[in-house]
Design a protein around this ligand. Structure first.
Ligand SMILES: [Zn+2]
Length: 227
């Protein structure tokens, strides 16, 4: 070991469909374990701000209105996780998205003696998820949230909080929209889940339970991976 040895930051990947509570859980992991959540957007912004070689390339590509290549994203990621605030580890969110990206990421991490410590899949019951999301609505007057099954107002159609009777639903929350989002997620993510499963790095967490229970399950995986 010499002074130039880079501290090995644990690298975790969080996978989960929209509505699985990924953002909430990632924030809890940041708070409890000092991990840093990195989305592709965060990475690109950091790379550009840093002005590193890869950051400069990313800036040029984005200014030309083109998509930043996997190589550039991964090079920025390597620089980013070597920074002091990432010493406790990082949670990748939204990258890698494909097995090609996953392989490239593994190869790059291996160069600095790193690896993916855990890929955590937040697993949902699709039908229950459709019910959960499509049942949501809010009071147009005060913003109070309700649900067809889980939280109905005392008097149907009348807000408990402000007495208003105009309720609204998000177009994105329609049952068929939610179902097709889930389908797209599974189609895109299945190969990635298989990839990490094959490497023995995959953990599955039931994401349909209570937030605190899910957080406890995630915490156990993180402690095992980083301890
Ligand atoms: Zn209201």
């Amino acid at each position: 070991m010499d002074a130039t040895t880079v501290t090995r930051a644990p690298v975790l990947i969080l996978l989960g469909p929209p509505g699985a509570g990924k953002g909430t859980q990632a924030r809890k992991l940041e708070d409890k374990y000092g991990l840093v959540q990195l989305s592709t957007g965060d990475l690109l912004r950091a790379g550009v701000a840093q002005g590193s070689e890869a950051g400069k390339q990313a800036k040029a590509v984005m200014e030309a209105g083109q998509l930043v290549s996997d190589e550039i994203v991964i090079a920025i990621l390597r620089d980013r996780i070597a920074e002091p605030d990432c010493a406790n580890g990082v949670i990748l969110d939204g990258f890698p998205r494909t097995t090609v990206q996953a392989e490239a990421l593994d190869a790059l991490l291996a160069e600095s003696g790193q690896k993916i410590d855990a890929a955590i899949s937040l697993e949902v019951d699709d039908a229950a998820m459709v019910d959960r999301i499509s049942g949501r609505y809010t009071c147009a007057g005060c913003g109070e949230g309700y649900h067809d099954t889980f939280k109905t107002p005392k008097q149907a159609g009348v807000c408990d909080t402000c007495g208003g009777s105009e309720m609204k639903r998000r177009a994105d929350d329609k049952a068929e929209t939610v179902a097709s989002r889930l389908e797209a997620y599974h189609a895109q993510t299945a190969p990635l889940i298989g990839y990490y499963e094959g490497k023995g790095a995959l953990s599955r967490i039931d994401a349909m339970g209570k937030i605190e229970e899910i957080a406890a399950g995630l915490g156990a995986i993180v402690e095992k991976a980083t301890g």
